[in-house]
Design a protein around this ligand. Structure first.
Ligand code: GTP
Ligand code: MG
Length: 448
């Protein structure tokens, strides 16, 4: 790690969400964390040096603060803490200036401001957290909807880390046996049945690994294709546009307003990207239970969208369109009949599903909007990187099994097993390059 990340330096940061809240937290980790947090703190009662976690109530008397600031200080002794280090948290009223004052006080006492993700990085470095879990923490922080949150929480619960460690142990055992045999190669009396059984066992390990890879991939899949949702007044031509973009007759199109009730979705290729395109019911006041249901579905689809295609046409004017939503692209439909109002042309992507006019331009605009949004998530794909390593490990294990069946030399088998172990090690973080770590942890928020 670069010296900027020296784990022997105490670090501090506001750990609660930015902005005013009921309670705010300042977190301090590293050697001297308790001393730093307790400076200027008057506990309600004296307390002995904690040997396990304690919460002490009291007040801070700080320069520039009168008369005093009520607060609780939580203290955790190393090493059984989140970061594996001495840890303190100051819980105070969540006013940003007060928290700023407390943080400044901690910095004045010798703490350094924490880098984004540095608490989690310390947890990882101290062996409290493996890479798959660190990524899951990141997933929880990043989670933009329930699906993603659930996948990240499952990963955090150790869904993949435990089984990968167990597999590494078994492969290490096997490798140790093979290498012991290598030393006694003259006496080695090859037992063909034992070899076949071993090859089968390896093949089963490779299958188990495939299943794990699939589980690890779930977070990526939950992140999935970007969701692009068609919204607009009834009869705006959303369903016909949906069909034109997907190619085929998927959604029912009719001149009757209120045709679409359910929502439909399908994969749509846009300029090198694949998005999940979603057709929804027209925006209207619900007159019955089915309409209410349709409006509910529309609203929830619109909410989880990455991009909204806000549609309007001459016969379905732009009322209630999400014009101020920064996810929205304004799409003028049925341009073969009538174009957008004079003076407004520049605001619209002008299309006609019946002539195909503007459909390609719409695809390009859509892809550009998604690429722009993904700018903030440029470093995504860390779990994809883990997945590559798992796929590499499974391939090496299968190769080892093949070599074994072919009765080739033990050296070749050992080589494949070492490759597999290396790949697995990358996933659990036993072997991992510093720059990869820096990249992962830089994506965390400060205070995490
Ligand atoms: N001329 C012309 N007619 C179109 C075009 N797009 C849609 N229409 C017609 O407009 C009417 C409504 O189209 P739909 O695609 O069903 O509209 P919608 O927005 O899905 O409507 P709801 O599902 O009721 O909200 C149909 O009669 C379509 O054939 C177009 O590009 N040109
Ligand atoms: Mg429709």
């Amino acid at each position: 790690m670069s010296s900027a990340f020296d784990p022997e330096e105490p670090i501090a940061a506001t750990a609660s969400a930015p902005g005013p809240g009921l309670r705010g937290i300042v977190r301090v980790s590293g050697p001297g964390a308790w001393r730093i947090a307790l400076d200027g703190f008057e506990p309600d009662r004296e307390f002995p040096t904690p040997t396990r976690s304690v919460v002490v109530s009291g007040r801070y008397r700080l320069p520039g603060l009168r008369p005093f600031l009520p607060a609780d200080v939580a203290l955790w002794p190393a090493p059984r803490t989140y970061t594996g280090q001495e840890l303190a948290e100051i819980h105070a009223p969540g006013s940003p200036p007060l928290l700023g004052l407390l943080l400044a006080h901690c910095l004045a006492q010798g703490a350094r401001p924490a880098q984004p993700g540095e608490f989690t990085l310390r947890a990882f470095l101290s062996g409290r957290l493996d890479l798959t879990r660190a990524e899951a923490v990141l997933g929880v922080i990043d989670a933009r909807d329930d699906r993603r949150l659930e996948a990240a929480l499952e990963q955090l619960a150790g869904g993949v880390a435990g089984p990968i460690e167990a597999l590494r142990d078994r492969l290490l055992d096997l490798l140790a046996h093979l290498e012991a045999d290598l030393d006694f190669v003259d006496e080695a009396d090859v037992d063909p049945i034992g070899r076949v059984a071993l090859a089968d066992r390896l093949a089963r390990e490779a299958e188990a690994l495939d299943a794990l890879t699939d589980r690890l991939g779930r977070r990526d899949r939950a992140e999935g294709n970007p969701r692009v949702v068609l919204v607009g007044p009834p009869n705006a031509g959303k369903s016909r546009l949906f069909n034109a973009l997907l190619g085929g007759d998927h959604a029912i199109v009719s001149p009757l307003a209120g045709t679409t009730r359910d929502y439909l979705s399908g994969p749509c290729a846009c300029d090198g990207l694949v998005v999940d395109l979603v057709d929804t019911a027209g925006i209207e006041a619900a007159v019955d239970a089915i309409a209410a249901e349709a409006q509910g579905l529309r609203a929830s689809e619109a909410e989880r969208a990455d991009v909204l295609l806000a549609c309007a046409s001459a016969d379905a004017p732009a009322v209630d369109l999400p014009v101020d939503d920064d996810r929205a692209l304004m799409v003028w439909t049925k341009a073969d009949r009538a174009g957008p109002p004079l003076g407004e042309e520049a605001a619209w992507i002008v299309t006609s599903a019946s002539t195909g006019m503007g459909i390609d331009a719409l695809r390009r605009a859509l892809a550009a909007a998604i690429r722009g949004r993904e700018g903030d998530h440029a470093a995504t794909g860390t779990s994809a990187r883990c997945r590559d390593s798992l796929i590499g490990a499974a391939a090496a294990i299968r190769d080892a099994a093949d070599v074994m069946r072919a009765e080739a030399g033990d050296e070749l088998i050992a080589f494949e097993l070492r490759t597999a172990l290396d790949d697995l090690g990358k996933v659990t973080g036993a072997v991992v390059a510093d720059d990869v770590l820096d990249r992962i942890f830089a994506r965390f928020c400060i205070g995490k």
